[in-house]
Design a protein. Structure first.
Lengths: 450, 825
């Protein structure tokens, strides 16, 4: 007899999962333990392995489909078996022998119309928005900032009633009203969404206090957020990253900007066709595009078996957008003047902000610059864009002092945070690159000669 | 049921015959010449005038109904108009000798009787009396309108009084605020107490038992005058009419009532025999009596002094009325008149006369009472054509003026329910507290303190347990029935008008011994046995109260409520508001809710009464509450349906600390009472179910650690939700329970309100637990029908608060609810 494979419920709060990838296709032979498909929740990706052997007879959902938990996803069995009864849509699915399956689907759905309806209606209301809560329980939960995700309904017909909320309060599953940041001591939830699982209850006492959950709302991940998350985790998990910090005297670049400003005010800029505005970031982009050519391992891609070292510089530019981090590329930046770099950086940023950026402009970077200086960051550890080998973080302008003939003399200072993949670049070469950058920036007017 | 009357088998078994005497039919034989000895020219002409007034008034209404205008005055009258053209002689003949102290009751077709009685009263009252009546009636609104309209016309007081009468009646028919009852009675319920005109009744035969109560009031309270019950021949098959006749002719008035109370009721039952019901012809088709007067022969030995009178001749009717009044004054009543008449119009203007021929109508028109009378007077040289023409034109002018006034929205506005939205609401109950309806000393047979029941109760413990907490034995403890008794006997010694009657009320002391001891205390005319006639028992109480008395009647079983359906649902609750607050209705109807006696003797029909606007409904279940609520009901002026449970007549007071007070005290109607405090769930009960709820509360506490608060509704209408809301806010959960069948139970109404009022505080929707929608089975099976203590726990578990580890024995889940509903069980 054919066996349906359901979409597992990965934790109480999960209503549905997205099919990420089909590993097997209809008609494939399947052994116990074979990976059938991967699926995603908002937090993770899981593999679903076959629990029976046979042939994959039908697949009811495509990659990217959002499938309610406990719904049949595919069927394994012997070729020619009737699988239509398992189809949650009640209609013909992608089957191994569709000529046989189509009429069978009709008769089966006529015979047991309740089965598919049941499968769709059955999931218990465990997501907060789907909980059935009595008005009294709801009022109490609101008043006490109770974490409803952890509730176990005990009322008639699965309704959350007052005593369930009282139970949560007794368990410490609520935030203090004023702070809204900290649970009172109680059972620590380690389940999905911080929920108290059966295991947590069994381990009561030994667990650390549960994480702070105050008043909150949930937001499904956007695709970009998923991509960022994936990229970041992969980056940090797969590389040997470390960050080097160094500061430089920003007097020269500030004087350069002041001169430019003066030239604009006097009309000189227009006469000799100077660019509108050159930001500190533009200056740094320009500097990187020139200096990195002398530190080729930092303008490279690292692969397990080789390095790809670039002759040109495709400069990645980290842009903060409402949708999340995006990194457009200034191609062949080493060939561009500072004015051209400035213009491109501006245009690419705007396109990212608007969401009109072309995917083609989001790839093939060879090194990336990320700037948190405007937000007052003095030092951080940028995360490398795989498979690049380096990323330069730009920090804020500060006023430092130095000893000049026994006097503390102030000067404008700026620091850079360079993260390199130690697999590709050892400490000294990385430090040399950073030194190269700071030296160049301290004598920026000379660098313009390059 | 009396030891005073010996039933002798020797006598009862003697052979013999029942003798009847002849019933006169149209035996009036006088001529105008003969009548000159009794009537002056003015008298003769006044009789003509009064008939002509009625004819013009009814014709005017017919014209307005059918053409929306009268004499050029446009008006649309959407309300009913059951007109009496043709019946004028019977009305005027009846009213001619009556005074304002004589009361008439009518039917849906009684405009003629009202006008005739009013015109007769105006003729007899002095100008000062008339002015006092008109100025004093409902703040003088109608009188002011009449005075304003006729300003500068130099009208006589009697002339103005006639304008007032015609206008007041018409404004009432037109539903105007200046009508006799502010337009709330209307055509079928018009009346005017100061002229002795008591309510007409839209229910066929409705006046029959009410007028018996009015006659009882006259007799028992020694009031002057007689009572006339005008009912149509179409009502002669109605049960309440027969019940009224039986109760009006009880032998006990002659055999058992003592002293000046001995003798028949001052009641004239007048069958206005226009020979048609709505369309059914009574003689020859729907009845078998041939002459309606024959009925008298079947009622009592006096044959009710019945006779058929020619109602087409006003003088014949007056002559007969004169003889009947003599009989009534001699306490030989009641009497029955079958007044022959004919209506020219249909049942109403929409009637197409499909049931009679034009020839028949023309034949009666050819003998028209007004034209014939006028011709007779001219022939006898009493009056000339000019006399009649002058009367005719004056009448048309009076009626035209009345129409002009009544149709005018400024002179005669309607009740403005936008400006005064509570105008009708305030009339639904009089809400007065009047300790005694009359100031005279009550008729009693002994000092209250010497009464054997009072003495016995004095020896009883007034709480369920003694000071040490030891339960008092049943025969030594003050019981529920004692609470009702104490309230009643106190009132009997305070209010001289208070009477009580029903089945087995005297001697037996009521089927449940509530009245034991009252027989010794009260003369027959204050406590008597009625025939088994629930309709007349309640209907006569309505009439008694309408006239100014206070009365307690009893329906032995709640199941008999249907037998008094019209009286409880149409008469008792409606007259206070329909009279614009002029009538009061201090009636307590004791209704005993049975058990153990199966399908027709064990039903809780309390909900039926709550559906009827105008009734107060209470259901006390403890001695303390019974005495307090009965005292309140007896002090009040509103109709109270006072339910008692046969399960509880011997129950002792278990709640009120200190027991039932000896003195008089009131419990406000509408005030529920917390009988057991708790914090987890509220249980609200109506009636005897309280005790099973308390049992359940104990089980919940002891077995499941759930603390239930139990509230006894005590009253159903009105109902103050305050305590219930406070409790639900505390517990968040409520179960409502009573012995009424769950479908249509008043509990559903309470539950709906609680769901609305407490929604944000509720942990579950309010749940109703009633009896099954079955027949009440035998006592041995009752545990499957009435809610039992374990049902409470089952339904709480399934619908409100699942109890860990509990397995219910009965299902109250959704599936079961839907199944029962689908099957209608």
């Amino acid at each position: 007899m054919a066996t349906p494979v359901i979409m597992p419920r990965q934790g109480q709060s999960v209503e549905s999962c997205v099919i990420a990838q089909w590993v097997k296709k209809v008609g494939d032979k399947v052994a116990v333990g074979d990976e059938l498909f991967t699926y995603e929740t908002d937090k993770a990706i899981f593999d679903e392995a076959a629990k029976v052997e046979g042939e994959l007879l039908a697949i009811f959902f495509a990659e990217g489909d959002d499938v309610p938990c406990l719904t049949n996803v595919c069927v394994i069995g012997k070729p020619g078996e009737d699988i239509s009864a398992f189809n949650p849509a009640g209609a013909a699915a992608t089957t191994a022998g569709s000529a046989v399956a189509a009429p069978a689907a009709q008769s089966a759905s006529a015979q047991s119309p309740t089965q598919s309806a049941h499968a769709a209606a059955d999931p218990a209301p465990v997501s907060v928005s789907d909980l059935v809560i009595s008005p009294r329980a709801r009022a109490l939960a609101g008043k006490q900032n109770v974490d409803l995700r952890a509730v176990s309904p005990t009322g008639p017909k699965g309704r959350v009633i007052e005593r369930d909320i009282v139970q949560l309060i007794n368990d410490g599953r609520f935030a203090t009203g004023a702070a809204g940041t900290d649970y009172r001591p109680g059972i620590a939830g380690t389940g999905i969404g911080g929920r108290v699982s059966v295991a947590d209850q069994a381990n009561q006492g030994s667990s650390p206090p549960p994480p702070a959950v105050a008043s909150f709302y949930e937001e499904k991940h956007s695709t970009i957020r998923k991509l960022i998350a994936k990229a970041m985790v992969q980056s940090l998990a797969s590389m040997a990253q470390l960050t080097y910090n160094a500061s430089f005297d920003a007097t020269d670049i500030l004087q350069f900007r002041a001169k430019l400003k003066k030239a604009r005010e006097s009309g000189l800029a227009d006469m000799i066709d100077l660019p509108e505005n050159i930001t500190i970031n533009d200056i740094i982009l320009y500097t990187v595009s020139r200096v990195v050519k002398n530190h080729k391992m930092c303008n490279a891609h690292y692969h397990d078996d080789r390095m790809v070292i670039f002759n040109n510089v495709n400069l990645g530019l980290a842009v903060d957008t409402p949708r999340g981090l995006m990194v457009p590329t200034i191609f062949n930046a080493d060939q561009l003047s500072i004015g051209e770099i400035s213009t491109q950086a501006k245009e690419l940023s705007a396109a990212c902000q608007k969401g009109t950026i072309s995917p083609d402009q989001l790839k093939d970077g060879t090194i990336t610059v990320t700037n948190l200086g405007a937000l007052g960051i003095e030092s951080f550890t940028p995360v490398i864009n795989l498979p690049q080998t380096a990323i330069l973080g730009v920090n804020c302008l500060r006023t430092d002092v130095r000893n000049v003939n026994g006097l503390a003399v102030p000067y404008p200072s700026m620091s850079l945070s360079l993260t390199c993949d130690h697999r590709a670049i050892d400490g000294a070469p990385a430090a040399r690159f950073l030194r190269g950058l700071t030296n160049a920036l301290e004598s920026f007017s000379l660098l313009l000669l390059k | 049921m009396t030891k005073h009357l010996h039933i002798d088998p020797q006598e009862m078994r003697q052979p013999g015959y029942i003798e009847f005497t002849k019933i006169p039919v149209n035996q009036y034989k006088r001529t105008i010449a003969d009548e000159k000895a009794f009537f002056s020219k003015d008298d003769f002409l006044r009789i003509y005038r009064d008939m002509r007034f009625i004819r013009e008034f009814e014709s005017m209404l017919y014209t307005i109904k059918t053409t929306n205008a009268y004499n050029g005055i446009a008006y649309n009258n959407p309300g009913p108009a059951h007109l009496s053209m043709g019946q004028e002689a019977s009305s005027v003949g009846q009213a001619y000798l009556l005074t304002s102290e004589d009361f008439i009751f009518g039917s849906h077709r009684s405009h003629g009787e009202i006008l005739a009685k009013g015109l007769s009263a105006i003729d007899k009252l002095s100008e000062a009396e008339l002015i006092a009546v008109m100025e004093g009636f409902l703040g003088g609104a109608a009188y002011k309108a009449v005075l304003e309209f006729h300003k500068g016309k130099n009208k006589s007081v009697k002339g103005l009084a006639i304008d007032f009468l015609i206008y007041g009646a018409l404004a009432e028919i037109f539903a105007k605020d200046t009508g006799f009852h502010r337009g709330l009675g209307g055509s079928m319920h018009a009346f005017f107490l100061p002229f002795g005109i008591y309510p007409n009744n839209a229910i066929v035969g409705g006046s029959a038992d009410i007028s018996v109560g009015a006659a009882l009031y006259k007799k028992i309270n020694r009031k002057k005058g007689i009572v006339v019950c005008n009912i149509g021949d179409g009502s002669m098959a109605c049960g309440p009419v027969w019940e009224g006749l039986m109760m009006a002719t009880m032998d006990q008035y002659k055999t058992l009532w003592e002293g000046d109370m001995q003798g028949g009721l001052p009641l004239l039952v007048n069958i206005v025999n226009n020979q048609y019901a709505m369309g059914g012809q009574t003689r020859g088709e729907t009845m078998g009596y041939d002459f309606a007067a024959r009925i008298g022969a079947g009622v009592n030995a006096e044959q009710m002094h019945a006779e058929r009178v020619d109602g087409y001749n006003p003088l014949a009717v007056i002559e007969a009325m004169g003889r009947k009044l003599e009989i009534l004054k001699a306490k030989r009543g009641p009497v029955l008149m079958d007044t022959l008449t004919y209506r020219y119009g249909g049942h109403s203007p929409s009637d197409a006369d499909s049931y009679r021929t034009p020839e028949e109508k023309n034949a009666w028109l050819a003998q028209d009472s007004i034209l014939a009378y006028r011709a007779q007077l001219i022939a006898a040289g009493v009056a000339s054509n000019d006399d009649f023409a002058a009367i005719d034109s004056s009448i048309v002018e009076t009626v035209t003026n009345a129409v002009q006034m009544a149709a005018d929205p400024i002179i005669s506005p309607r009740m403005d329910l936008f400006k005064t939205p509570a105008a009708i609401e305030e009339l639904m109950f009089s809400n007065r507290k009047i300790a005694r309806m009359d100031e005279r000393a009550p008729d009693v047979l002994m000092a209250k303190e010497a009464n054997p029941r009072v003495l016995a109760i004095a020896k009883k413990e007034r709480f369920t347990s003694d000071a040490a907490g030891k339960p008092v034995p049943k025969n030594k403890v003050y019981q529920f029935r004692d609470g009702v008794f104490e309230a009643l006997i106190d009132k009997f010694y305070e209010d001289p008008t208070l009477i009580a009657y029903g089945e087995e009320n005297r001697d037996w002391g009521g089927a449940f011994a509530v009245y034991r001891g009252l027989t010794e205390a009260l003369p027959y005319h204050r406590l008597f046995n009625s025939p088994i006639a629930e309709g007349a028992i309640v209907g006569s109480a309505v009439g008694y109260a309408m006239c100014g008395g206070r009365v307690v009647v009893e329906l032995m079983y709640c199941d008999f409520l249907g037998r008094a359906g019209d009286e409880v649902f149409n008469q008792l609750p409606k007259w206070q508001a329909m009279s614009a607050g002029i009538l009061k209705m201090p009636v307590v109807v004791r209704v005993s809710v049975g058990s153990k006696y199966g399908a027709q003797h064990s039903q809780d029909w309390t909900s039926l009464c709550t559906q009827i606007p105008g009734l107060k409904v209470v259901f006390p279940v403890t001695p303390y509450d019974a005495k307090g609520l009965m005292t309140t009901a007896l002090n009040g002026t509103d109709p109270v349906i006072f339910f008692e449970s046969q399960r509880l007549y011997d129950v002792a007071e278990q709640f009120h600390a200190g027991g039932v007070p000896v003195g008089s005290y009131e419990i406000a109607i509408g005030e529920p009472d917390v009988k057991r405090a708790g914090k987890d769930i509220t249980i609200l009960t109506i009636g005897a179910t309280l005790y099973r709820a308390l049992e359940a509360a104990t089980l919940l506490e002891e077995r499941h650690g759930i603390s239930a608060e139990v509230i006894d509704a005590r009253s159903m209408v009105p109902f103050d939700f305050e305590k219930v809301i406070a409790s639900v806010k505390k517990t968040g959960k409520i179960l409502l329970a009573s012995d009424a069948c769950d479908r249509g139970s008043y509990l559903n109404d309470l539950a709906r309100n609680i769901n609305d009022l407490c929604f944000d505080y509720l942990d579950a929707a309010a749940v109703v637990l009633g009896s099954r929608n079955w027949i009440t089975p035998a006592f041995e099976l009752e545990e499957h029908f009435f809610p039992q203590a374990d049902w409470f726990i089952d339904i709480i578990h399934e619908r409100i608060l699942p109890i860990p580890g509990y397995t219910p024995t009965r299902s109250f889940n959704d599936t079961e609810m839907l199944r029962r509903a689908k099957l209608g069980v």
